[in-house]
Design a protein around this ligand. Structure first.
Ligand code: GLU
Length: 448
């Protein structure tokens, strides 16, 4: 069997949010674990609402999340394929013109409902005489085009939901091409899935009914349908859906706020699954044990506050190698960079705080002197170099013996003098990085 090919197919009509990150990552991880390819397809047939800027921001957001497409395609470049497919369906009697206006359809639906009938399109267009068609055309009406479903029940074995069926006899023949000749999503998606050799369609469960229709379209176009998997949708903690415009949860806003990409990825993938939410240090780690069948069928509620906590935990677990390029952007380079990261990471809520702590280690600090007499004794007890990870313990043990102080009374004046901050990473790790000369000056109240 050839390698899997999957796709993530956003419409570039807004910024993507954490709910869109779910299919993006589910597809990305699927490709990663199966040795397959990942296609980013922009569903931009709606030329009015689609924007190049949104497509660019989606690519940048995916890049930030660590999802790298092997191929990027735009539906707006591919209209000729859709036209050819539509012509084929017309020739084979599966795509037929209909002239009803939206108002006419609406009135008809209401009549059906009043009579207790399902509001399914009655295929009146198939019964039009050539004279009636000519009359509509003469009036200036242009047809829209409907796909003639066959009345079968379509069945597939869903990668998340198990055996699924859609009774196509209960659906209206879907409009594939509007009167203005623009395409609805249904046909272009299938044409592209065929042309790009998509083997697995992994998308939200809001598309289950579409899948029934689209499987018939694959068959009408002479192609075997791909495998389908429909994931549950992320909702807020109160169960509300996420719309593209739920700004604060857009990937861009989360990134700007300093939330870690791996926290967003872990949240997007693990929420609403049988995997317990946990911090990961790489997408490979997230991919380990990843399986679509772990997703549950209940709504995937996620808690924004938990996202922030998870983000801090992700930071605490990131090895130096994973952050070295980001540290370098803050000028945190050289031999000290790795011990520095190990000293501070467990204390960070946001990555950017590393820059502040680098300043404490490398820049001049105006010490805060709380207890000068105690600090004089601290200076006297300061161990000689070389300093290492034991120096803090040696120093404070000597000082404790000398002064009888312990706990906060012992440690806090030292912290204030050494860092000019009330709280922060363990001094065990920071002290050797500050070094004896600087530490001495700060303890003596001299900016250093
Ligand atoms: N553009 C569609 C959407 O965003 C794609 C659905 C699909 O994956 O087929 O819902």
């Amino acid at each position: 069997m050839s390698a899997p090919v999957v796709r993530f197919a956003p419409s570039p009509t807004g910024r993507i949010h954490i709910g869109n990150a779910r299919p993006a990552l589910l597809n990305g991880l699927f490709a990663r674990t199966s040795g397959g390819r990942f296609v980013l397809r922009f569903d931009d047939t709606d030329v009015e609402r689609s924007r190049v800027e949104y497509a660019e921001s989606i690519e940048a957001d995916l890049h930030w999340l660590g999802v790298r497409p092997d191929l990027v395609v735009r539906q707006s470049d591919r209209f000729a394929f859709y036209a050819a497919a539509a012509e084929r369906l017309k020739r084979e009697g599966r795509l037929y013109p209909a002239y009803e206006t939206a108002d006419e359809l609406d009135r008809r639906r209401k009549r059906q409902q009043a009579r207790g009938l399902p509001p399914v399109y009655d295929r009146a267009a198939l019964r039009l005489t050539p004279e009636q068609v000519a009359a509509f055309e003469a009036e200036g009406r242009r047809p829209h085009w409907r796909f003639r479903l066959d009345g079968r029940t379509v069945a597939w074995d869903d990668g998340v939901r198990g055996p699924c069926t859609v009774d196509c006899a209960s659906l209206s023949d879907p409009v594939l091409v509007r009167a203005d000749r623009s395409y609805l999503y249904t046909l272009p998606s299938v044409v592209d899935d065929i042309d790009l050799g998509i083997t697995h369609v992994i998308r939200g469960e809001d598309h289950v009914t579409n899948t029934g229709v689209q499987i018939q379209l694959f068959e009408a176009l002479g192609a075997p349908p791909p495998a389908f998997a429909h994931h549950n949708l992320l909702t807020t903690a109160s169960g509300d859906g996420l719309s593209k415009r739920s700004g604060a949860l857009s990937i861009g806003a989360l990134r700007d706020e300093g939330v870690e990409a791996l926290a967003v990825a872990a949240m997007a993938v693990m929420t609403g699954s049988s995997s317990a939410l946990r911090p990961v240090a790489s997408l490979d780690e997230l991919a380990e044990g990843f399986d679509l069948s772990r997703l549950s069928r209940a709504p995937a509620r996620f808690d924004e506050a938990e996202l922030r906590t998870l983000s801090a935990k992700v930071l605490h677990g990131l090895p130096f190698a994973a952050v070295a390029p980001r540290l370098a952007l803050f000028g945190i380079v050289g031999a000290k960079a790795e011990p520095f990261w190990d000293a501070v990471r467990g204390n960070l809520a946001h990555f950017a705080e590393a820059a502040e702590w680098w300043g404490v280690v490398e820049d001049v600090v105006e010490p805060v002197i709380e207890d000068a007499a105690f600090l004089t004794r601290a200076a006297a007890a300061m161990p000689s170099e070389p300093w290492d990870g034991d120096t803090w313990a040696t120093w404070t043990a000597a000082l404790k013996a000398d002064t009888g102080r312990k706990g906060r009374a012992l440690f806090h004046p030292l912290r204030l003098a050494l860092t000019a901050r009330d709280a922060g990473p363990d001094l065990k790790g920071l002290l050797p990085l500050i070094g004896r000369a600087r530490a001495w000056d700060r303890i003596r109240g001299t900016p250093a």
